[in-house]
Design a protein around this ligand. Structure first.
Ligand SMILES: NC(=O)c1ccc[n+]([C@@H]2O[C@H](COP(=O)([O-])OP(=O)(O)OC[C@H]3O[C@@H](n4cnc5c(N)ncnc54)[C@H](O)[C@@H]3O)[C@@H](O)[C@H]2O)c1
Ligand SMILES: O=C(O)C(=O)C[C@]1(C(=O)O)C=C[C@@H](O)C=C1
Length: 302
């Protein structure tokens, strides 16, 4: 049996369109409806036939839905939810895919009082945006973290978890605040560092912009992929997960200062010990079969 028979996706970008493609592939009996605030995106989604229906208003997209998933930037969750409040069926389950959770749970609960809200975060993505950048296999073998608010009904958590398993993800449940601290170090800070390195390189006076591009080595190139990620999405993530990110940044700055001192005073042993530990982390990720295929995402799929 399908976990949901009528799925509505609000926000048809990389993640919304990937969910639509993955639902088509793994739950072909489900009816799919989409809505996006941008008329050009709605037109593209219609042209490439991602949905059974793309509606012109948010309310019309949810009228008979049994699952509504918000796939908009985290700063837009509250407004997007308020726009469907009057039309949301009483028994529908509401979810989202936002990259941080505590702030999103607050925004959705405020906009949809009384609704069953089961937030989730697929930890899978690319630096690309928009309806044409999605692909059905994006969630295969990746984690989806479900973050039910206190008191959320077990049956609803089970159905949302089953939905994500059908899309190929492995599901883990976590409290929203804890999710935000974990992702601050594993996803948000790495993006901040990438934005900084690429920003610093592009501001150099003694090394020209064309030299940076021409001689960019593997390490720098990897950072440029991450630093090409969507500006709206990431602005919103840093503002919404401010406290956890600032905490991790403080810790990171202290560790960076220690490294700076080790280099200044020629403490090769300290550098060697750290690099040995970090190499072991990379090896454990690979041993767990979680090496990230992301550099090819969006280019080799569909
Ligand atoms: N990109 C990733 O790698 C990734 C991974 C996991 C989760 N996420 C989360 O998924 C969400 C969507 O990210 P994305 O990468 O798909 O972004 P995207 O920019 O590709 O798509 C977002 C879409 O939302 C639409 N939108 C904005 N405000 C709206 C509103 N009020 N009502 C309806 N539509 C609206 C935009 O027009 C756009 O088409 C974000 O919350 C992000 O944090 C992203
Ligand atoms: O591989 C990438 O491009 C990503 O940045 C994906 C990534 C991440 O791993 O940090 C980014 C944000 C999300 O919320 C989930 C996944």
């Amino acid at each position: 049996m399908l976990p949901f028979a009528r799925v509505t996706i609000i926000g048809i970008g990389l993640i919304g369109s990937s969910i639509a493609r993955a639902v088509r592939a793994s739950m072909p009996g489900a009816r799919l409806t989409g809505y996006d605030a941008d008329a050009d995106v709605r037109e593209t989604a219609t042209r490439i036939q991602l949905f059974d229906d793309v509606t012109d208003t948010p309310g019309a997209s949810v009228i008979d839905a049994d699952l509504v998933i918000f796939c908009v930037p985290v700063g837009a969750m509250g407004d997007a939810a308020a726009a469907i409040a009057e039309d949301l069926p009483a028994d529908a389950i509401v979810s989202d895919v936002g990259s941080c959770k505590a702030d999103v749970v607050r925004a959705l609960t405020e906009a949809l009082p009384g609704a069953t809200i089961i937030p989730a975060h697929p930890v899978a993505g690319t630096e690309n945006s928009g309806p044409e950048s999605g692909f059905a296999s994006l969630f295969h073998g990746r984690w989806c973290i479900v973050t039910p608010p206190e008191g959320a009904p077990d049956f609803a958590v089970a159905r949302v978890s089953e939905f994500w398993r059908r899309l190929g993800a492995e599901v883990e449940t976590m409290a929203p605040d804890h999710h935000d601290r974990v992702l601050a170090i594993t996803s948000h800070l790495p993006h901040l560092i990438a934005y900084t390195i690429v920003g610093t390189a592009s501001d150099m006076e003694e090394v020209t912009q064309s030299e940076v591009i021409k001689f960019s080595a593997g390490g720098f190139r990897d950072f440029t992929r991450i630093a090409a990620s969507d500006p709206t999405m990431w602005r919103d993530v840093f503002l919404a997960n401010r406290e956890a990110v600032l905490d991790m940044l403080q810790r990171f700055s202290e560790d960076l200062s220690a490294l700076q001192r080790a280099i200044r005073w020629g403490k090769g042993d300290e550098l060697f010990d750290l690099f040995t530990r970090t190499r072991a982390v990379r090896r454990s990720i690979i041993d767990q079969g979680q090496d990230d295929p992301a550099p090819d995402f969006g280019r080799t799929h569909e």
